[in-house]
Each structure stands twice: as C-alpha cells, then as structure tokens.
Design a protein around this ligand. Structure first.
Ligand code: NCD
Ligand code: ZN
Length: 349
C-alpha cells in the first residue's frame, strides 16, 4: 500500500503547556489532529471553569490561522474541587472531562488527590452527569516497584472504583502493561483506555540498556517487551475501547538531560508517521483509522471528524528534525530508532 486516507485523527491525551512552549508545540499537534484532550497539569493546574476558559483562550490565540483545531479542555481534580463548578463547566461545554492524578505520581501532580475518598463527591457528580474521568493509573506507594505501579493501581484503585460507581465513564490513560490490556478488555464499554505512540515502539531497554537515555523516560515508564507486544495487539485489534492518546509531553532539554530529569516524551511532530509504521508492521493498516480517528470519538460520544488526511509511503525515509526550537530553548523529538517512510501529505506539497 502506498497511500492511505483516513478520517482526521484526534489526540485523546496531550500536554500543550503554556507560554513559549505552547506557542512552539501547538502547531505540531494542530497540523495533524482535529481535536485533542488537553491535559491540565500546568503550574498552577487548571482547576476551575474559569481556569479552563482562560487556558482555552491562550491555546486559541497560539493556533496558526490556517489550522482547524478544537482543544477539548479538562479540569484537574483536587481534594477541594467544587462539584458545582465542575458540573457547570461540563454542561456549558467548557470542559470535556476531568483528570485525576494521584498526588506525586508524575510531572506537576503535587496538587493531585492523596485520599480517593475525598474525591468521591466529585466522582459521584461526574457519574450522574455522564462526564468522563481520565485517570493517571499509577499508585504512588513508595513500597511498590515503579514497574508494578500500574498493575497495583488496577487492583487497589480502579477496580474498587468501578465496583462502587459502575456507571462512571473512565479512561485508563497511557496504558503500559498486559495487565492493563487484560483488565480493560474484560470490562464494559464505559471503561476505555488510551495508548501512546511511544509505548507501542519502545520497551524499558530503550531507557536503560547501553547508557541512560532520558528522552525515552516518561511516566508510566515503559515496561518489558511482553507488555509492549500486548499493547500492540490491543491497539491494532480494532477493539473500540482502545484509542490514541499520544501523551506528547514536551520538556526543555536541560530539564531532561540532568541528574534528576523530568518524565515526558515529545512526539507530536512524527506521531502519525510512527503509528503508520507500527500498524504496517502488524499488518493492520486497515485498522489505523479505528485507533486514531474512530474509537476515541465513539467513547466520548462525539462525531468522528469529517475531514480526511492522506498518508503516503515514501521510498526514502522521511526526515524529521531531532529537536524543535522554542523561545525558552530546544525540545527533543521522540526518535523511534527506525527509519520512517510514512508521511502525512500536506496540502501544499
Ligand atoms: C507528563 C508531563 O510531562 O506532564 N509526563 C509523562 O511522562 N507522561 C505527565 C503525565 O502524563 O504523566
Ligand atoms: Zn500525560
């Protein structure tokens, strides 16, 4: 197959940041994606309807004029979130979902939830109004090995929450384990899961074998090969519960290349090309559209995008920059460690 035309993709989990980084990274997402779920972990986080409105305005102000892109905003759940403000933001269409970070689980999660009991009134309200909850699914218990934190979260938090509030729509985000795939596969359709591009491509060797490579470090951290293979199977299966959330998470290079580097992989620029490569490898190019463009909208109860994009398989590898520049400094782009032949055809070319 040389060309492939699919509905315009959406990204169901992306970090656009703010200020100079927002300005620089947004066009890389808005060029290929019609919509994206915008993560609220700014400093300070997006916690109220007013915060979400203001952040959406800053995103729209940074958007290139010729890009048609809709940011789907989220609220960051804290132990003091006001359910009335959250409901009003959802009913007025200001936000699409709420995001829960266990406190301390990842980048900028200090304001997250320590005791899930304290967030129950928020979850109950969300269940009542049909508002989806996006979950960073890792426990923060220091006694739990970092490679086991997702599996333990499923047992200790996700499954009890599903039993208590079966009608709550939950997205288990950036799934990284076979345990996660198996759990989601066995549940009803109101539990969905996003999978990132990079977790389909790297396992933990990319971070640690032959030297420490900070640009492959993200959270949840990449796991063993068997888990990557389970993720590939889920993503390419066509199962509507699995959809793309790139978790493209830019950090300035000095903040990653240091003694205590930040978690996050920036992949917006070449994500669609990398995914076409993965799906071709798996003999599943005919299911790429389900993963990137159909399953997500179906879960969120939104129509699929009407526009189409065309991918072309080039004979020569497509050259992507190794870094992108921002006014605050460079951000390194995800390197899949294989030549990429698929390219999104630009109108002008
Ligand atoms: C994200 C970030 O940098 O904001 N980092 C990451 O490794 N994925 C936070 C997150 O989604 O966990
Ligand atoms: Zn993220």
């Amino acid at each position: 197959m040389k060309t492939l035309t699919i509905r315009r993709p959406d990204d169901w989990h992306v970090h656009l940041r703010d200020g100079a980084v927002l300005q620089a990274v947004l066009p890389h997402t808005s060029r290929d994606f019609g919509r994206a779920i915008i993560m609220p972990n700014l400093v300070p986080p997006v916690v109220t309807k007013a915060d979400a409105l203001a952040y959406r305005d800053r995103i729209m102000a940074a958007l290139p004029r010729d890009h048609a892109f809709e940011p789907l905003m989220t609220l960051y759940v804290t132990e003091t979130t006001d359910p009335d403000d959250l409901e009003s933001a959802f009913r007025d269409g200001v936000v699409t979902a709420a995001k829960l970070y266990p406190a301390g689980a990842t980048t900028n999660s200090q304001s997250g939830v320590r005791d899930f009991e304290n967030a129950m009134p928020v979850f109950e309200r969300m269940a009542a109004i049909g508002m989806p909850l996006c979950l960073h699914g890792e426990v923060t218990d220091p006694a739990i090995d970092i490679f086991d934190r997702e599996a333990v979260f499923i047992d200790r938090v996700l499954d009890p929450l599903r039993r208590r509030l079966p009608e709550l729509r939950i997205v288990m985000e950036h799934l990284t384990t076979r345990d996660g795939v198996d759990y989601v596969s066995g549940q009803s359709a109101n539990l969905g899961a996003t999978i990132t591009t990079h977790h389909l491509i790297i396992n933990r060797n990319a971070i640690l074998a032959g030297g420490i490579r900070p640009h492959y470090y993200c959270l949840p951290v990449a796991k063993r090969e068997e888990h990557r293979l389970a993720l590939r199977k889920a993503a390419t299966s066509g199962d509507p519960r699995f959809f793309l959330g790139t978790d493209s998470a830019p950090h300035l290079d000095p903040l990653k290349e240091c003694a205590c580097g930040c978690a996050g992989i920036f992949s917006a620029t070449n994500t669609i090309s990398c995914l076409a490569h993965v799906f071709e490898d798996e003999g599943a190019l005919d299911r790429l559209e389900a993963f990137t463009s159909l399953n997500g909208p179906q879960f969120y109860g939104l129509p699929a995008n009407e526009e189409r994009i065309t991918l072309r398989r080039e004979d020569e590898p497509v050259v992507f920059p190794s870094k992108i520049d921002t006014a605050d400094g460079p951000v390194t782009l995800f390197d899949p460690m294989f030549p990429i032949h698929w390219n999104v055809v630009r109108q002008a070319s």
